[in-house]
Design a protein around this ligand. Structure first.
Ligand SMILES: *Cc1c(COP(=O)(O)O)cnc(C)c1O
Length: 425
């Protein structure tokens, strides 16, 4: 038994499923999970002594790779000043300035402890602002484990959502309307039917939690138009894409602007964080100015913010996005060519430092198509790659991430490993 296997056996006695977040159990790739001893740059070192080139990157935050020296120094000096204040601290003002400077539409911003808290609070705020109940979400878009957002199922454009998770009551789910991503006509129908009942439309503008999906021309524009026309709040959940695809998140790549935006992951520099912000007239409905309550013991925590500020200042200074795009394309081109040679129906979706590959004869434009794709080749490639020292996301339905620490040598090795794994399929 390896040390990882021994730890996982003990963990399963103590922690449900052995894990503190389900995907870490590796169930959808048919492997026992490894345990990480330490992480540096683009590599994880397991407790069994293996070195893995990491494409999970703590699920997105580590855009400079693991344990970045500048972020670590900022954290150390914050820790010297105290482990938390419970009062206001200067880092909160600096972080708000940085977010407003970079992210269009953010006039005011609130910090939370996680992306889940950000989306939960943004939805509550939208409901409080509009005085309406219903929200529209898109199948396959993940917004953390908020009750009203753990709803995705139901075929057809106008179905009421069924809860995805036990413990979410039908009453809560009934106010969540679910559409397929890229379904502009469905959005028109739903607004025609519910008109002035819809408080908000929330989506990942470039969904990254079903693998990576990309918006078709006119789709986001249609959502913007409908929300404006009917007085609903458009919420972009950019917890994953914010500061990853560009300094403006998806808004650096696409002209559509939401009313509110949710952030997390990268803005914590590796520590737990979230934020939501947007139009001042909406944000000012929050307590203590307005009637919508939102709070938190650790919100705006000085150590998380020190890490996040260091990360954002480094992104502003270095502009790593062209370099990340080149690395993403290099992997895309190599994997696409290998699959073509093998005659495999590969669909490689890549945007900057995010990528996913699906095995599907048809284009993958929504959640239904993701579920219809063949997960088996990915599972095989995952296992082959892991044995060869490359750690892809342990699920066919998660986006992979690149960091600036993935240097030419790491990318070259990854290309070798992935093309060999595809050849073996
Ligand atoms: C990760 C993620 C969340 C949840 O953030 P947590 O910090 O894990 O609560 C919400 N939305 C999106 C798009 C995410 O990728």
């Amino acid at each position: 038994m390896s040390i990882s296997e021994e730890l996982f056996a003990r963990a399963q006695e103590l922690i449900p499923g052995g894990v503190n977040s389900p995907v870490r159990a590796f169930r959808s790739v048919g492997r026992s999970p490894f345990y990480t001893a330490s992480a540096e740059g683009c590599r994880l070192r397991t407790v069994d002594g293996a070195e893995l080139i990491d494409y999970v990157l703590t699920w997105g935050p580590a855009i400079f790779g693991h344990n970045d020296a500048e972020i670590r120094a900022a954290v150390s000096s914050a820790v010297e000043r105290g482990l938390g204040f419970g009062t206001n601290g200067p880092a909160e003002v600096r972080m708000a300035e940085l977010i407003r400077q970079c992210v269009p539409v953010v006039e005011k911003v609130r910090m939370t402890n996680s992306g889940t808290e950000a989306t939960m609070s943004a939805v509550r705020l939208a409901r409080g602002f509009t005085g309406r109940s219903k929200i529209v979400k898109f199948a396959g878009c993940f917004h953390g484990h908020v009750d009203s957002l753990l709803v995705k199922a139901g075929s057809g454009a106008l179905t009421f959502g069924n809860p995805d998770s036990a413990g979410v009551t039908p009453g809560v789910a009934a106010d969540t309307l679910v559409l397929e991503y890229n379904d502009a006509a469905g959005a028109e129908e739903i607004f025609a039917k519910f008109e002035e009942e819809i408080a908000a439309v929330i989506l990942e503008p470039y969904p990254g939690n079903v693998g990576l999906l990309l918006p078709e021309p006119g789709f986001l524009e249609k959502l913007r138009e409908l929300c404006t026309q009917h007085g609903a709040v458009l919420i972009f959940d950019e917890v994953m894409t914010g500061f990853r695809l560009s300094l403006q998140g998806t808004m650096g790549l696409h002209p559509v602007r939401p009313d509110l935006v949710c952030l997390g992951k990268i803005i914590g520099g590796g520590l737990p964080v979230g934020a939501f912000g947007g139009r001042a007239d909406i944000m000012d409905r929050l307590a203590p100015l307005g009637p919508v309550y939102q709070a938190g013991t650790f919100c705006g925590h000085p150590v998380s913010l020190a890490a996040g500020i260091a990360a954002l200042e480094k992104l502003l200074r270095d502009n790593p996005y062209p370099q990340l795009e080149r690395a993403g394309r290099c992997i895309r081109d190599a994997v696409t060519t290998a699959a073509e040679e093998k005659g495999m129906p590969l669909r490689f979706h890549q945007c900057g430092s995010m990528f996913t590959f699906f095995f599907s004869e048809k284009p993958v434009r929504n959640y239904r198509a993701v579920l219809a794709s063949d997960p088996e080749p990915f599972r095989k490639i995952f296992r082959e790659a892991l044995d060869a020292g490359v750690f892809l996301p342990p699920s066919p339905y998660e986006s992979a991430f690149l960091s600036t620490a993935h240097d030419a040598r790491a990318v070259e090795k990854t290309v070798e490993v992935l093309t060999a794994a595809i050849a073996k399929c």
